[in-house]
Design a protein around this ligand. Sequence first.
Ligand SMILES: [Ca+2]
Length: 336
Amino acid sequence: MMFTQRFPSYFDGVIAIAPAMRVSKGATIAAAWDTQALQAIAPPGADGQPVLSQALSNDDLGLLRKGILEACDAQDGLADGLVSNPAACKFDPKALQCTGAKTAECLSAAQVGALQKIFGGARNSAGQPLYFTRPRDAGIGHPANDWRAWKLGTSTTAQANSRHVFLMQDALQGYFVTPPDRSLSIYRFDFDRDPARMDAHAWIFNTGDDVKLAGYKARGGKLLFAHGLADPIFSPDEMVDYYQRLSREHGAATPDFARLFLIPGMAHCQGGAATDSWDGLGALVDWVEKGQAPQRIVASGTTVFPGRTRPLCPYPQYAHYNGSGDPEKAENFSCR
Ligand SMILES: [Ca+2]
């Protein structure tokens, strides 16, 4: 994104997958938000301190996946383990809440509250959004996703090993705030006071504001976006927001130079319960060198859905099952 905005003459085509548009004043605020929501409900370990990884068990995440699939899987014409029409899915984790004590079949009220916070996105005390909402994608509850690795980790002690803690807290302290502050903690990030401390980093590195792309568009550059709908770090809703603003700026000419492909179930850039293998470079080369804009890109399943193919569709279209034909084959799906 930085090349299309600041060095528009360098490349004829760019693929931006899960772009880090607001890595500090955005995604890191969300990392603190999600960590604090989960830490607040984490059960204590032997030393009485919260064990972050146990805020949600793998079975709890499986319940979330099951609930989202029951509510939204068939909205794209086929119950196939992929929620391919995210705009239609309004699932609320409240549907999974236990009426009595927590059992293997339901989530506690505290767990539901934490998930609602995560889906709803970081806010300050006045209720103003500091980042973006997240799609209700079933992929986040699948063990092949890296949602646990980012938000919960696997440590069985109070020394959490989630990426939000071990990766982003160091960046928060030493890089994202100016001046650096080694006393900052992702567990105690203040959503009213601390975001402004990230302004200097954000002014240099954020790329979410420029939707004119004047130089890149003028020279005929092509821009192919992709984002996994179960990305645990950068929200696909941030990507959609950017593309919507791009579309308002450029109107009907937008898809002539920029297209977005959302990938149901996919984790951060790859992996998860998804058809996550696809030739984006080939599609971009055809677009740049032959003038053939990608109408649909065929993607293949890997570990979770071996042998399955699906079309990736240019936003706002999504892959809808035609109602007949082999449901494992992309040819039986339409972009609508
Ligand atoms: Ca489906």
